[in-house]
Design a binder for this molecule. Structure first.
Ligand code: FAD
Length: 403
């Protein structure tokens, strides 16, 4: 049921973002009610802003009415930060999905927060550049969400995490002020490092509307190895020992027995029955060092109990191997309403299109969404209500939004 106050709030938000881009329909509210923690709570209004100025105006409005505001990317977060536990307004940022600039000479880029990680990686790779942070959710999670969570991922050991690539941000503060921290260049070393303060702040300090990212040259060669072990413990024990072999892998992924069972059922990898644990090891660099390095890693795997090792040398071999370590797009994450392109035109589709169908599919999300979080963080971005509440997570169950 939409109350008079919710109707008033909707009208005020619509006056800022446009009628088509704010909704209080129950389907749209359900879609904005949860994240990968499976906690769920209905917001009053969902808005799809297009600019920092619109977000600023919504936050000023929210401050006047002490209304909580929740920024939201792809809702794949495992900390509960995007769940509107106190109702209010959800700002779905996936309409802000333009790659604004890729500066090849200076190896930096500027993006809007709704660009997905894999779309960005693909674009920079076309230019011989590399954005290393690579969470397993890269195909659907947004760069805004990655910055807010300081996402790590498969390449963290060699290349670091999201924090190591953010050089500057445009941020809308809870009161609605738009500020810039850091810079679009690497050389910005004086003064307080406010950029680092914002990275990992889970939406509690402000909403990122532009993100400046550092890039590095794309390594010319890549080699991947699958090592099979007779138990998850054997694989886990071998992993740190491989690092001592003197080769730093670009990615090192542990696969447990339950995951191997799923792979056996779903993928043509032909894994022997004795294998109950595995490691995927990827090296990158120049061709010669990759070839030599993979031989060293193969030897180290055998010396540390591997039943078998398999090389994946061609892109096709690698593509067959990596999906086993990458989840498919979860059902809790509906496709974004725009695909990110370099300076793409703005989306003209409103939130109402097909929202009933999307909500229906979202309602069935529970069976496929992973849950590992142990606490949920509720953030209220209204100045007069800037609390952060931590709560214990119940056992995972399908989301039942509160109205
Ligand atoms: C299958 C799966 C695999 C995953 N693998 C990894 C992994 O390998 N490594 C890893 O680190 N994480 C991983 N995650 C967790 C998750 O994908 C990351 O935390 C990701 O960064 C969240 O991005 P999102 O766009 O989904 O953000 P959301 O879940 O929508 O939001 C996450 C938080 O960021 C805030 N937020 C979103 N956008 C903005 C913005 N523009 N400004 C300010 N705050 C904002 C939200 O309020 C919320 O607090 C995985 C999750 C899943 C479901």
């Amino acid at each position: 049921m939409v109350t008079d106050s919710a109707e008033k709030l909707l009208a005020e938000v619509q006056a800022i973002v446009g009628e088509e881009f704010a909704s209080a329909e129950v389907e749209e509210r359900i879609l904005a009610s949860y994240d990968a923690t499976r906690r769920a709570s209905l917001p009053e209004v969902v808005a799809f802003p297009r600019s920092a100025e619109e977000i600023s105006a919504v936050l000023k409005l929210a401050n006047r009415g002490k209304t909580p505001v929740y920024p939201r990317g792809a809702a794949s977060g495992l900390t509960g930060g995007a769940v509107p536990v106190a109702g209010g307004i959800v700002l779905d940022l996936r309409r802000m999905s333009r790659i604004l600039e890729i500066d090849e000479d200076n190896q930096v880029a500027t993006v809007e927060p709704g660009v997905t990680v894999s779309d960005f990686q693909t674009e920079v790779q076309r230019l011989g550049l590399f954005y290393p942070p690579d969470p397993a959710s890269a195909d659907f999670s947004t760069l805004g969400g990655n910055v807010a969570e300081c996402a790590g991922g498969l390449r963290a050991v060699k290349y670091g995490v999201t924090r190591d690539y953010v050089t500057g941000l445009e941020v809308v503060l809870p009161q609605g002020d738009i500020i810039h921290v850091g810079a679009r260049t690497l050389k910005c070393v004086t003064g307080y490092d406010l950029t680092r303060l914002f990275v990992g702040s889970e939406g509690t300090l402000g909403i990122f509307t532009k993100i400046h990212l550092r890039l590095i040259p794309l390594p010319p060669a890549r080699r991947t190895l699958l090592a099979l072990f007779d138990s998850p413990e054997a694989a886990a024990t071998a992993a740190p020992r491989l690092l001592k072999a003197g080769i730093l892998p670009a990615a090192l992924e542990f696969i447990d027995d339950a995951t191997i069972e799923c792979i056996r059922k779903q993928q043509p990898l032909d894994i022997p029955a004795a294998a109950r644990g595995a490691l995927i090891i990827e090296l990158d660099g120049d061709e010669a060092s990759c070839v030599a390095g993979i031989a060293v890693i193969e030897r180290a795997c055998s010396e540390n109990g591997a039943l078998e090792t398999r090389r994946a040398d061609t892109p096709a071999d690698r593509a067959r191997l990596w999906p086993s370590a990458r989840p498919p797009r979860p059902r809790f994450s509906r496709p974004s309403r725009t695909s990110s392109t370099r300076t793409s035109a703005s989306c003209r589709r409103g939130p109402r299109k097909c929202s009933a169908a999307r909500a229906k599919s979202a309602a069935g999300m529970a069976s496929s969404s992973p849950t590992t979080a142990t606490s949920a963080r509720a953030t209220c971005m209204s100045t007069s209500c800037s609390r952060t509440a931590k709560r214990r997570m119940p056992k995972p169950k399908p989301p039942r939004p509160k109205s």
